[in-house]
Design a protein around this ligand. Structure first.
Ligand code: ADP
Ligand code: NI
Length: 193
């Protein structure tokens, strides 16, 4: 099977699974992670097919989406690809999750972690946080809220970036998170009135 056929089949597979998502894991998130991961791969010795497949498949079994385990493996088994490639993609995906806190064991895993985390920062990261909060019935402010999520996760992402290019992009996105939070707090407290 040619690489482009493997990618086409995977695009169709994720379009089906993520097509109706309104929790911050829609197909546009997968495409942004893919584009970011491709940029982060430039000039580095990585397996591009592994990067592309892992970007598209990284959220298929996300716990929050309540999916059964083994979906990704079954999809990969349906493709005519080598066992080594299958194993590598599965390893990268299992190391992507922020909450698991795994250290990446390959450059491909580091790139996918960076790309996924960059998409949780900046203006898009803010939008996804409120989309997720709305979909999951999470409060705007206070304990275990959308705003507390900034402190619990979003503001910590900058320090965990692996590649130099991701650090550069993350710095601007981090600054924007801080600007947004400052303004939000001011309006919440009425100190801007
Ligand atoms: P990903 O693996 O793509 O980063 P997650 O499943 O961790 O996605 O979360 C999807 C989006 O929802 C992200 O932008 C994330 O920051 C946000 N999110 C996750 N958990 C919460 C939460 N408890 N409250 C608000 N937003 C959240
Ligand atoms: Ni993701």
């Amino acid at each position: 099977m040619q690489s482009n056929e493997v990618i086409d089949a995977t695009e169709r597979f994720v379009a089906e699974l993520h097509g109706n998502d309104h929790t911050g894991h829609d197909v546009a998130h997968l495409e942004r992670v893919r584009r970011l991961a491709e940029v982060l791969s430039d000039g580095l010795a990585v397996n591009r097919l592994v990067v592309t497949l892992a970007a598209l498949l990284h959220d298929v079994e996300d716990r929050k989406l309540g999916r059964e385990a083994g979906l990704v493996k079954r999809h990969l088994d349906s493709l005519d690809v080598s066992d080594a490639l299958r194993r590598h993609v599965l390893d990268v995906i299992s190391e992507t999750s922020y909450s698991k806190g795994s250290a990446p064991s390959s450059l491909e895993a580091a790139i996918i972690q960076d790309a996924d985390r960059l998409d949780a920062m900046g203006a898009i990261g803010i939008a996804r946080t409120f989309q997720y909060a709305g979909a999951s019935g999470t409060a705007l402010y206070g304990e275990s809220s959308a705003i507390s999520h900034f402190h619990e996760k979003l503001l910590r992402l900058l320090d965990g970036m692996h590649t130099e290019e991701a650090k550069r992009i993350a710095r601007a996105r981090h600054t924007f998170l801080l600007t947004f939070l400052e303004r939000f707090e001011a309006e919440w407290n009425g100190s801007d009135i």
